[in-house]
Structure formats: structure tokens, C-alpha cells
Design a binder for this molecule. Structure first.
Ligand code: ATP
Ligand code: MG
Length: 560
């Protein structure tokens, strides 16, 4: 097999294994989520890595639900995970597996270890076990039940399985070494008693395997070659090795890499669940969530997420990636592919006093300057328009070149106009701007090239469609949301301005028919996408995907 362009320490290991024929030149990876929450951008890194390796090496990639814990797992999570993995291009073909389908096999493996004298039923409760486990500097104490005979253990384990004991009263433990400097090897628990309904197995089982017992076996059963996981499992590898060696079964190679941490973001499922349950967000797919479902709803493309994962690569050491890099990646992708449109988010009426009443003409707007083939479209122009409030100032600050009394600007794709006067309400707010237009300055006319310092976008009032626009900002105000004052948690760092809803936005008529998920660049404003949940035919709701530029200038600077 030829060596591929992408290079990292994991691919190096795989290339070496291919050279030494370690797995008969097979490459088989997997993504093993626990269905206890929606997938987040950290999981995307793992999916892109595992599925990417399988693709690059013409190998195989499995999706396997690590559903060994009955109490927190739900079908909703299973469904969302399948959708997300597919969306990110994880091609598991027909290889969708559930660890719970291996329960019988795992149980039989446990019986094998008991028969070998390598596992025992222990009556210590959780507290007692904690007290006898020892510490990093002190060895543990052996359980008084450690030397039960194989016969007794087989009998007790069968009775555990048959439901004779209540939760927490007995465990099955591996008999390894209470003196081991690696605490994971101090007679770890293999089975707990849990009388709880499992999302797929119902009430068939009341003994459930621990993660450490189950995980290596799952990879072995599926003949995974490279079992790629995050760094916190490095210390568990000797235990997985011990289990597989004692069972004398197929043995994958475990490789650890650093998990993704993102600034201004939390990626722990426990914390994301808290945000959902306490209604700080509208759900797992709230467009402010760092979940794949949230990003998709907001309008991120899968290509931009995959590209982000490629950019950050994989490393052996933990670090925090700046979230502006993810935003950069989405901006790059949307810039290339988004249809342009005009939208006025905070409308201000503008009247062209010398333009004929009742007249409408077409202006030709470029659909996408990055893509010549996308052509142009007609945008209706008339006497009364809307411009954005930001584009007018009665008293302009220094270097403000947009519209103000006596100043000229160009209306994009249309004419140069000059501000002549304003109309105010009782409170003195400007509610209308009156201008004259120069009929000679439209493109194709003599004055088309006349230069003015600013160009602003607009919408013809008679043709405008009213839409709702949702502006999102980062969910947390702190780079590290877990950095809090004494006694507070990450919720104290929530950004109270992370969602701003604008109900009265004016957009081009064609946008009324935009479809769910369709993305646009609103000129001079940002990238927007049609919310798939809250839009109806003819009344789209637009989510801001990302601003045109990074407004968090400080972060940008730091990143450079
Ligand atoms: P959390 O710590 O948020 O609960 P988890 O690791 O328990 O996440 P799993 O469902 O077990 O969640 O994760 C499935 C796979 O995704 C694992 O192989 C894990 O290593 C990987 N993964 C989870 N979080 C990250 C991350 N932040 N960066 C890279 N990979 C991750
Ligand atoms: Mg986990």
C-alpha cells in the first residue's frame, strides 16, 4: 500500500504495522460512543480520525455503541449519533454494532477467567472497596473474598446473573495484583449488579460489565486492528492487555491521542446535559451548542468540520484549540459556496425624493464572486428603500464614511445617493432618511465608475420580505469556562448575550423561498442559514452561522 499524504504519529504506527505484516495488512478502526448524549465536536475529531484512517488505508470502519450502562442510555441518542456519524462522512456501511449484543459472550469470557482462578466474586460494598484500593503511594489490601474456590465463584456469579442479589451487594473482580503501582490493576471490578432496564436488552440482564472489562473485548470480537482512544486510557491499556492475554483471544493495538479541547466551549457530556436539562439552551441541537446537531442546525457544513479536524491534526499532548480556528474554517467554506443576498437586519427607511413614484427597476446582483458560473440575479429597486441603521449617522464620528447629512454613498448594484435631510419622531430619533440619487451612476452608465468612499446594501421597501433573524454569539464569556470564582461552576460563565432575536428584518424577495438548511452570505453582514426546525414554507427563520470577520479581535491577534 502506498504511503498517504496525511501524516501523523498514528498513521506512522499503522504504516509500520503494514510493513511488518502485524495484522495481515488489515486496517480496521471503529468509533465507540456511549449513547448517553449527543455527539460534540470532540467526537468529530475521533470520527474523522478513525473513518479517515480506514478510508486512506482502504480498511474498514465500524460504528459501535458502547451501551454497557443501562441507566443513562436512550434510543434518542442512538438515532442522533447514527445521523451525525453519517453526516460527517463516517462510512460504516453495514457495520453498526452494539456492545450489548456481546453480553452473552462477555459473560462466558468471565466464566473462563473464573475457571482459571483469575476472577472472583467479592462481597465488599463500594465504600469498602474504595477504602482497600490504596493510593498512588500505598498498596491496596486484598479482599477477604479473594480466595474463594472456582466452584464457589461460578455458583455465586450465576446467582448474581439470575437476579438473586440486590444492587451493590456483590461484584465480580479480576484477580490481578493489589500491590500493583497501576491502580487499574488492583483487582478491578468486571461486573456490577444493576437491576435496571436496558434500552435494547430490556430486563434480560441484571449484571452489567464495567467499561474496562467490556471495551477491550468489544474491539477483540470485531477484530479491530488499531483501537484508537484518548489519553486518559493510557493507564488502562495494561489492564486491557491483561484481560485479552488471559483470555487468549485476538488482540488489537491500542493507540492513545490527545482529546480536543476548545476555547470558550465545554465538551463534557455531563456539562452539555446540564445545559439542556436546566434549559440554558433550547436542546441538544440549539445552534449555540458545540454538538454536531447544533452546528448542523446553525448552518455549519460537514466539509468545514472535517477540514477543521484535518487542520488540528492529532497529537500526544493535551492542548486547547482556539475556537476562532473552527470559525475560520466555516467562513472559508461558506465564502466559496454561499449564494450572496441582501438583507437589512435593523431597518431604517430611506426615500429617494427625485426617483419617480410607482417605478420599479431591476438591478443585477452577483450571486457569488468566488464562483463565476453562479451568474447574477435581479433585485428590484424603487423609490422607498430600507438600509441598515448602522449605515447612517446623523453626526458621523471621525472616519465614518457611510451615510450622513450631505454625504454620498453607493447603493450596492445601483446608484450613488446623497443624503439631503432626515425625518424624526417625537423623541428625536431619525425614522427616515431623505436622499437624492444620481441617475447617471448605475452600472453600464456614464457615471458608473464615479468613486465614493462607501457602499451600502439595501432592500426595496415594497418588495421586502419580513423575516426573523437569530444572531448567535459564544455561549461562554471565558476562554476556559471552567475557570470560575470560588464556589461557582461553569454556568457562572455563560454569556447572557449569546442569542439575540431580530423579528423585523427585511430581505430580498427570493429569500422567502429559501429551503431549510440553505446557506447565504448576507452582504456586509455575515453568513446565515435557514433554521430547519422553526422555518415554515414562505417564512424562513435565519440563523447567523458566523460573522464575516472575527469580531473578537483580541483572540484573532493572539492566534496570529
Ligand atoms: P465525555 O467525556 O464528554 O463524556 P466520552 O469520552 O465519555 O465523552 P464517549 O461516548 O465514550 O464519550 O466517546 C466516544 C469516543 O469519542 C471515544 O473513543 C472518545 O475517546 C472520543 N472522544 C470523546 N471526547 C473527545 C474529545 N474531546 N476529543 C477527541 N475524542 C473524543
Ligand atoms: Mg466515555
Amino acid at each position: 500500500m502506498e504511503e498517504k499524504e496525511k501524516s501523523d504519529f498514528i498513521r506512522d504506527i499503522i504504516n509500520d504495522d503494514l510493513k511488518t505484516n502485524k495484522f495481515q495488512r488489515r486496517v480496521h478502526t471503529r468509533f465507540p460512543p456511549e449513547p448517553n448524549g449527543y455527539l460534540h465536536i470532540g467526537h468529530a475529531k475521533s470520527i474523522c480520525l478513525n473513518a479517515g484512517i480506514a478510508k486512506d488505508f482502504q480498511g474498514k470502519f465500524n460504528l459501535r455503541f458502547d451501551d454497557t450502562n443501562p441507566s443513562k442510555e436512550e434510543q434518542e441518542y442512538v438515532d442522533s449519533i447514527i445521523e451525525d456519524v453519517k453526516w460527517l462522512g463516517g462510512n460504516f456501511e453495514d457495520r453498526l454494532f452494539y456492545a450489548s449484543d456481546y453480553f452473552e459472550q462477555m459473560y462466558n469470557f468471565a466464566v473462563t477467567l473464573i475457571k482459571k482462578g483469575k476472577a472472583f466474586v467479592c462481597d465488599l460494598n463500594a465504600d469498602e472497596m474504595r477504602l482497600t484500593r490504596g493510593t498512588l503511594t500505598e498498596p491496596g489490601k486484598e479482599s477477604p473474598y479473594r480466595n474463594r474456590s472456582a466452584e464457589e465463584n461460578l455458583d455465586l456469579f450465576a446467582r448474581m446473573k439470575n437476579g438473586e442479589y440486590s444492587n451493590g451487594t456483590k461484584t465480580l473482580r479480576a484477580k490481578i495484583d493489589m500491590m500493583s503501582p497501576n491502580i487499574n490493576l488492583r483487582d478491578p471490578v468486571m461486573y456490577r449488579i444493576v437491576h435496571d432496564e436496558h434500552h435494547r436488552q430490556g430486563n434480560t440482564w441484571c449484571v452489567y460489565p464495567t467499561y474496562d472489562w467490556a471495551h477491550g473485548i468489544e474491539d477483540s470480537i470485531e477484530k479491530i486492528t488499531h483501537s484508537i482512544c484518548t489519553l486518559e486510557f493510557e493507564n488502562h491499556r495494561p489492564l486491557y492487555d491483561w484481560y485479552l492475554n488471559e483470555l487468549e483471544v485476538y488482540h488489537p493495538q491500542q493507540i492513545e491521542f490527545a482529546r480536543l479541547n476548545l476555547s470558550f466551549t465545554v465538551l463534557s457530556k455531563r456539562k452539555l446535559l446540564k445545559l439542556v436539562e436546566e434549559k440554558h439552551v433550547t436542546g441538544w441541537d440549539d445552534p449555540r451548542m458545540p454538538t454536531i446537531a447544533g452546528f448542523r442546525r446553525r448552518g455549519y457544513t460537514s466539509a468545514s468540520i472535517i477540514n477543521f479536524c484535518d487542520m488540528i491534526g492529532v497529537a500526544k499532548r493535551d492542548s486547547t484549540i482556539d475556537v476562532s480556528l473552527l470559525e475560520y474554517s466555516i467562513r472559508e467554506d461558506l465564502n466559496k459556496h454561499s449564494q450572496r443576498a441582501m438583507a437589512v437586519l435593523n431597518p431604517l427607511k430611506l426615500v429617494l425624493t427625485n426617483y419617480p413614484e410607482g417605478k420599479t427597476e431591476d438591478c443585477h446582483a452577483v450571486n457569488n464572486p468566488e464562483d463565476e458560473a453562479s451568474g447574477t440575479r435581479s433585485v428590484p429597486f424603487s423609490r422607498e428603500l430600507f438600509i441598515d441603521q448602522d449605515d447612517f449617522k446623523e453626526v458621523p464620528p471621525p472616519k465614518y464614511y457611510r451615510l450622513s447629512p450631505g454625504m454620498e454613498v453607493r447603493l450596492k448594484y445601483a446608484y450613488i445617493i446623497k443624503c439631503e435631510s432626515v425625518v424624526k419622531d417625537d423623541q428625536g430619533n431619525v425614522i427616515e432618511v431623505h436622499c437624492t440619487y444620481d441617475p447617471d451612476t448605475k452600472s453600464g452608465m456614464a457615471g458608473a465608475n464615479r468613486k465614493v468612499k462607501a457602499t451600502v446594501h439595501w432592500i426595496s421597501a415594497a418588495h421586502a420580505k419580513d423575516v426573523e433573524v437569530r444572531l448567535y454569539d459564544r455561549l461562554f464569556v471565558k476562554e476556559n469556562p471552567d475557570e470560575t470564582e470560588e464556589g461557582k461552576d461553569f454556568l457562572s460563565n455563560l454569556n447572557s448575550g449569546s442569542l439575540q432575536i431580530l423579528k423585523n428584518c427585511k430581505v430580498e424577495p427570493m429569500l422567502a423561498n429559501a429551503e431549510a438548511g440553505q446557506g447565504f452570505q448576507f452582504e456586509r453582514t455575515g453568513y446565515f442559514s435557514v433554521d430547519p426546525k422553526d422555518s415554515a414554507n414562505g417564512t424562513p427563520v435565519f440563523n447567523r452561522v458566523v460573522t464575516l470577520k472575527d469580531t473578537w479581535a483580541k483572540i484573532e491577534q493572539k492566534y496570529r
